[in-house]
Design a protein around this ligand. Structure first.
Ligand SMILES: [Zn+2]
Length: 125
């Protein structure tokens, strides 16, 4: 992820990304990650307004690829966040890791990857 993208993400999500999370994602998934973080941030902002319980606000600890899918580790998560994380995990299998286009998952030297038709051609063979 580019520094400018990281800066954009942190600006949009001051609460949930406030603990310097570990982030390692392919470029094609940036939009997906941005939308996910923004949604978690909105939930956190609501909790913050209602309860002022800063200790119990959701915080993202890590965002990475796990078994070919997007994995996001969040502490203090509620049901809404659990549902969102599951949804995003599913979406990530259908987004090209390189460009973000519609994709399918398949194995590339033993590892599951998501690739669109164009980028699939680059590694098959
Ligand atoms: Zn692609």
């Amino acid at each position: 992820m580019k520094q400018s993208q990281k800066a954009r993400l942190k600006l949009r999500c001051p609460i949930v990304l406030g603990r310097e999370p570990y982030i390692a994602i392919p470029d094609g998934w940036f939009d997906l990650v941005y939308a996910m973080c923004a949604e978690i941030e909105d939930i956190a902002q609501q909790i913050n307004q209602k309860h002022r319980q800063r200790l119990f606000l959701p915080r993202i600890i890590a965002i990475s690829v796990e078994s070919g899918k997007l994995s996001c580790d969040v502490i203090n998560r509620n049901k809404d966040i659990n549902v969102l994380l599951k949804k995003v995990r599913m979406y990530s299998a259908k987004r090209c890791m390189i460009c973000g286009d519609d994709a399918h998952q398949f194995r590339d030297s033993g590892e599951l990857v998501s690739r669109c038709e164009t980028h699939r051609a680059e590694i098959s063979g």
